[in-house]
Ligand binder design. Structure first.
Ligand SMILES: Cc1cc2nc3c(=O)[nH]c(=O)nc-3n(C[C@H](O)[C@H](O)[C@H](O)COP(=O)(O)OP(=O)(O)OC[C@H]3O[C@@H](n4cnc5c(N)ncnc54)[C@H](O)[C@@H]3O)c2cc1C
Length: 264
């Protein structure tokens, strides 16, 4: 046993103040953090529970402008009818995370802060050119995900919400690990009315989530799965582990991207 102080703030300001303890951590769904503590890989002195702060929860859709509170669960994202009407791709993505227990407990803020290289949301946020709103500032997704389990967040900084503009077309397709359901490779594609295209890949990059410029250029000229036929994905920067080699993942990137464009 080791001692951990539990805090239950009801406002963002109180939570940030409580987090100032030396080795404290924010607790959201606990789907990653509690498991890490059980394995003795983390032993925070204090846990600051974010689940009882009303302003961190909920989804608002105003035309194409979308805001998702950091403590909104994957289940709530997956089942929001308003969000489904504006950007169904992100609801489908949330519906494919883990299992019902994980979806009812896990939160978008926790997933984004954790930045697991196989997590689904980082691909969506990068492809949607989302903004990560913290208690202190706004960070573009392109500047936020800085490496494996690394983000631009400062020590006591808290994610408050995720915002983005709904694209004209988007879809996410992943090749899931049959045991964990994390992405062995997942690709989120998004196309704007002005023709801009973004393709973001999770589960494959040696340094975490990344965009594929070649696919984006090809799809901007021709929004069709066939446009990707001639694109090759370089395996040299991709992950290789017991689940799949870099070469296998390179092939998956292309296959998932084609399927995502077809689905969008
Ligand atoms: C069996 C299983 C299967 C899973 N499958 C998938 C999957 O298919 N796809 C996928 O993407 N994920 C998957 N996950 C991960 C899941 O999405 C988790 O919900 C997510 O990783 C962490 O979210 P959480 O809310 O539980 O955060 P927690 O575990 O509570 O926290 C995770 C980290 O984020 C920090 N944190 C939390 N909230 C904030 C905040 N607002 N601001 C700053 N820091 C914060 C915490 O301090 C901690 O360091 C799976 C997890 C499990 C256990």
């Amino acid at each position: 046993m080791y001692a951990t102080n539990y805090h239950r703030p009801s406002s963002i300001q109180d939570a940030v103040r409580m987090k100032s303890a030396d080795d404290s951590k924010y607790l959201a769904g606990g789907m990653t953090l509690i498991a890490t503590m059980k394995q003795r890989l983390a032993a925070p002195s204090d846990l600051v529970d974010l689940r009882h702060i009303p302003s961190l929860k909920g989804i608002s859709v105003d035309g194409t402008s979308i805001r998702i509170g950091a403590a909104t669960t994957h289940y709530d994202v997956a089942s929001s009818t308003e969000l489904k009407a504006a950007c169904p791709a992100i609801c489908d993505l949330a519906h494919g995370i883990g299992d019902p227990h994980v979806r009812h407990m896990g939160t978008i803020g926790g997933s984004v802060a954790n930045n697991d290289p196989a997590a689904d949301y980082p691909a969506a946020l990068l492809a949607l050119d989302a903004v990560i709103v913290t208690d202190a500032r706004e960070i573009k997704a392109g500047d936020f995900f800085t490496g494996l389990f690394e983000t631009a967040l400062q020590d006591a900084e808290m994610i408050v919400a995720i915002t983005f503009d709904a694209p004209a077309k988007a879809a996410y397709v992943k090749f899931r690990n049959p045991a964990s359901r994390y992405a062995m490779t997942g690709v989120f594609v998004a196309r704007r009315d002005n023709g801009d295209v973004r393709v973001a890949v999770t589960g494959a990059g040696g340094n975490g989530v990344f965009r594929h410029a070649g696919m984006e250029a090809a799809l901007a000229l021709n929004w069709s799965p066939d446009a990707l036929a001639g694109i090759s994905v370089d395996p040299s920067d991709l992950m290789s582990d017991i689940h799949a080699s870099a070469e296998y993942r390179a092939n998956l990137v292309k296959v998932m991207a084609k399927r995502a464009v077809a689905a969008a």
